[in-house]
Design a protein around this ligand. Structure first.
Ligand code: GBH
Length: 460
């Protein structure tokens, strides 16, 4: 089973999850420093102060990527390293780090894929309203222009935002992520200002000329109703509206989905949407990044069902996910549904992206990994998870999806946000006591996939 020539196989990470060195070389505080240092917010009080110490172990980690045979590496730039206060003054030392990273990748023939924003907003901007303020969109565009000016010659793939849904709804809606605010109106304003920031950043980068590719990464999930009951099918429609269409429609159709606008009337008057915003937001991108983890099987949250204890509740939607019977789960408790990836990619092609290049910019799973007495990590669950998802991606390609690459989340075990270090997503194990990197069985298996540009035949 082979993939198209030049298929971009890689791994993905994010700055706050791996870098550490939180107060070095002029880095300012971000909302994640504040949040993780607030008692009760992150599991066991873990923080990203040290994380994988990647900032100090750059060369070693670059060599590790080369040893895995990666064709691409997706990473994010920490805005507070570039602009410690979120605006004005540029911190050269911050830019130098990413210059060394990008040069190191190029020397090893690994294609850099750069994400400008993976959730680490400078705290100074949150103090002035964060993403609920329109000024943050403007500041983001300024920051994008600075990073683009510094690295445009060496980076061809530019991603503005990682998962605006998570920033808006987990950060400003439910408060499970930084900055920990809670409100539907806030989450809606944040959604709009994130998308506007994306549009303004595209303008700022494209204004500099150059022949690079610009995109955005969304976390998307196919949605199914748990039953044929109208209450469940309506709940499923709301979840699809909130999780998928609230982002896809403005980006690809230049409008917010009417049913959701109507649904949220009580929470917002949408005064933050100004003339011309949606044209900016819907400016054509060169590719779409898709992060896929699971399908959502949705039930009306008001129903009296024990199944409701098996999933998660969506903020303000009166809807919750349930585990479909017989489906395996990962260490996160998430259902393993590889065919959902095919379903999602085909839907995107049919309803939004047509021939646009699409990249899976994240997919992977948490496993309860441990180092065995021989010193190895035999993560068979991760190998079968990835194998099944690569096959599902291949199926999407056969059905006409223009899928160009696949970034496994993640290169290293790392700071899993509100879960701290308790959840391991890496294909490389990190012993946090010593910072030793131990490639897991999945890393060796993935190296073979990349080398063959394909998978062993089914029934191997
Ligand atoms: C990605 O987010 C992130 O980009 C990455 O930084 C992170 O480490 C990785 O996934 C693994 O988590 O159960 O309430 O969270 C994925 C975010 C996770 C958002 C599943 C939607 C379902 C609702 N998605 N989540 S909830």
């Amino acid at each position: 089973m082979n993939f198209p020539e030049g298929f971009l196989w890689g791994t993905a990470t994010a700055a706050y999850q791996i870098e550490g060195a939180a107060a070095e070389d002029g880095r300012g505080p971000s909302i994640w420093d504040t949040f993780s240092h607030t008692p009760g917010k992150v599991y066991r009080g873990d923080t990203g102060d040290i994380a994988c110490d990647h900032y100090h172990r750059l060369e070693e980690d670059l060599d590790l990527m080369a040893a895995l045979g990666l064709k691409a590496y997706r990473f994010s730039v920490a805005w507070p390293r570039i602009q410690p206060e979120g605006s004005g003054e540029v911190n050269r030392k911050g830019l130098d780090f990413y210059r060394r990273l990008v040069d190191g990748l190029r020397e090893r023939d690994i294609e850099p894929m750069l994400t400008l924003y993976h959730w680490d907003l400078p705290q100074a901007l949150e103090d002035r309203g964060g993403w609920t303020s329109r000024q943050t969109s403007e500041r983001f565009a300024e920051y994008a222009g600075i990073v683009y000016e510094a690295l445009s010659g060496s980076v061809r793939y530019w991603i503005t935002l990682n998962e605006p849904w998570v920033s808006a709804w987990m950060g400003y809606g439910m408060g499970m992520h930084a900055p920990g605010r809670r409100g539907t109106g806030e989450a809606l304003a944040a959604t709009h200002h994130l998308l506007l920031g994306h549009g303004l950043a595209l303008e700022a980068m494209r204004a500099q000329g150059g022949n690079d590719r610009f995109g955005i990464t969304l976390n998307l999930a196919p949605v199914r109703a748990a039953s044929d009951e109208p209450a469940d099918t309506e709940a499923a429609r709301r979840v699809d509206g909130n999780a998928n269409r609230l982002y896809l429609d403005p980006l690809f159709r230049g409008s917010y989905p009417e049913d959701m606008v109507e649904y949220y009337r009580d929470a917002s008057d949408y005064a933050f949407v100004r003339e011309g915003d949606l044209e900016r937001i819907s400016a054509p991108v060169d590719f779409l990044g898709v992060n896929y983890y699971m399908r959502h099987t949705v039930m009306d949250a008001r129903r009296d069902s024990p199944d409701l204890a098996t999933g998660i509740r969506f903020h303000g939607l009166g809807a919750a996910t349930v585990l479909p019977p017989g489906v395996e789960t990962t260490a996160m408790g998430w259902p393993v549904e590889p065919d959902g990836l095919t379903e999602l990619l085909v839907r995107l092609k049919d309803e939004y992206t047509e021939d646009l290049p699409v990249y899976v910019t994240e997919n992977g799973c948490a496993v309860y990994d441990y180092v065995d007495p021989e010193g190895g990590v035999d993560d068979v669950e991760r190998i079968s998870f990835l194998d099944a998802h690569f096959r599902a991606a291949h199926e999407a390609i056969e059905r006409g999806v223009n899928l160009r690459g696949y970034m496994v989340w993640s290169l290293l075990d790392n700071f899993e946000w509100a879960e701290g270090y308790s959840k391991r997503f890496g294909i490389v194990f990190v012993d946090y006591g010593t910072q030793r990197r131990i490639p897991k069985a999945s890393a060796r298996w993935y190296r073979e996939v990349i080398r063959k540009n394909g998978l062993p035949d089914a029934g191997r």
